[in-house]
Ligand binder design. Structure first.
Ligand code: NAP
Ligand code: GDD
Length: 319
């Protein structure tokens, strides 16, 4: 019998890679999707006939219970959230409700309907915020700097709490930034790769960005979904940092992206204060030695390769 997995957030970047990964492992894959007036399934269109979509929303407890009752999954990957940090200042209540309290709703549904299922929570390096140690690992204290980071910190601790209170097999993956050609257009890597392609093709003359000095530990989404699965295959549930261990600035990102198409970034990039944040996370760099040691996980794509992959994919979009 194939194993059954449920992915919330299957229409997102990670959901699409995880669905592909689990299909290759011969899982029966179910995805929870929220109702929309127009279907947004571009990222999973190519596997649409091999997965089953079930309606549900992290706002709505009864929909989560019905979803789990109908799917009866052995593994649950809770990837759904309001995931864009700037939106979390404009919509802090909604972000708290989906990204924070939504995790409790999922865990309550698991506890009452599928207590034997293994549960993965998509936690974030954004929880480290104003970092207390360098590099950050599973024991580094959190100091979130955005309503999103605060909501994710709640989601992390409620996952740990349900594991300890009810003995659920619940893991929290503290993933550092991970990108791909399927990244949403508003995130900085994709914004850069997409606009570099447009500049190269003469479709625009400038790229407006916020803080060029911010540094992130950027990896490839395809590598990171594998770590999620590995966590749920362990004998005991635990929490893991997943990161490359390298940090690069937004400035380095634009340098590499423009250089890849033979252009000098300084001619095109303009700093625009509308893209700076009320509070910034200046620098993130992860220490994934626990994941390496216990899961046998390591990243396969390095930063320059990732940027080039994204620029090439965006150039191909326009041809
Ligand atoms: P993403 O592309 O923004 O996808 C988010 C998903 O959540 C979408 O499928 C979205 O559905 C769904 N969703 C939003 N609100 C929902 C609701 N109320 N009920 C049900 N589904 C809802 O995010 P991602 O980059 O794949 O990230 C996956 C998860 O990992 C997120 O929780 C994110 O916060 C976390 N994370 C991401 C990173 C990263 O660097 N990518 C790092 C650490 C943690 P629609 O398509 O309908 O909008
Ligand atoms: N989005 C964006 N747009 N970011 C910009 C821009 C811009 O024009 N200019 C500079 N930046 C800087 C931001 O200030 C931030 O320091 C950095 O680029 C990365 O921004 P994002 O790509 O939006 O990602 P993020 O780090 O805020 O959040 C992502 O990673 C988290 C993990 O640490 C998201 O995927 C979160 O969902 C995830 O949890």
């Amino acid at each position: 019998m194939p194993r059954r997995a449920l992915i919330t957030g299957i229409t997102g970047q990670d959901g699409s890679y995880l669905a592909e990964f689990l299909l290759a492992k011969r899982y029966e894959v179910f995805g929870m999707v929220r109702r929309s007036s127009s279907e947004k399934v571009d990222r999973i269109q190519h596997i649409r006939d091999r997965i089953t979509l079930v309606q549900g929303d992290l706002h709505d407890q009864s929909s989560l219970i019905s979803c789990l009752k109908s799917v009866r999954p052995e593994e649950i990957y809770n990837l759904a959230s309001q995931s864009f940090v700037p939106t979390s200042w404009n919509q802090p209540i909604l972000t708290g409700d989906i990204t924070g309290l939504g995790v409790t709703r999922m865990l309550e549904a698991v506890r009452s309907v599928a207590p034997q299922a293994r549960f993965y929570q998509a936690s974030s390096s954004e929880m480290f915020g104003q970092v207390r140690a360098m590099p950050q690992n599973e024991t580094t204290p959190f100091y979130p700097r955005s309503p999103y980071g605060v909501a994710k910190t709640y989601g992390h601790f409620i996952t740990v709490n349900y594991r300890e209170s009810y003995r659920l097999f619940a893991c929290s993956g503290i993933l550092f930034n991970h990108e791909s050609p399927r990244r949403g257009l508003e995130f900085v890597t994709r914004k850069v790769s997409y606009e570099v392609a447009r500049v190269k093709l003469g479709l625009t003359k400038e790229l407006r960005l916020g803080n060029l000095e911010a540094k992130r530990d950027w990896g490839y989404a395809g590598d990171y979904v594998k770590a999620m699965w590995m966590m749920l295959q362990q004998p005991r549930p635990s929490d893991y940092v997943v990161a490359t261990g390298e940090s690069h600035s937004v400035k380095e990102l634009v340098q590499i992206a423009f250089a890849h198409v033979g252009l000098d970034w300084q001619r095109f990039v303009k700093v625009d204060r509308q893209f700076t944040r009320p509070a910034e996370v200046d620098m993130l760099v992860g220490d994934a030695s626990k994941a390496r040691r216990e899961l046998g996980w390591s990243p396969t794509v390095r930063f320059p390769e990732l940027v080039k992959m994204m620029v090439e994919a965006d150039l191909a979009l326009f041809h």
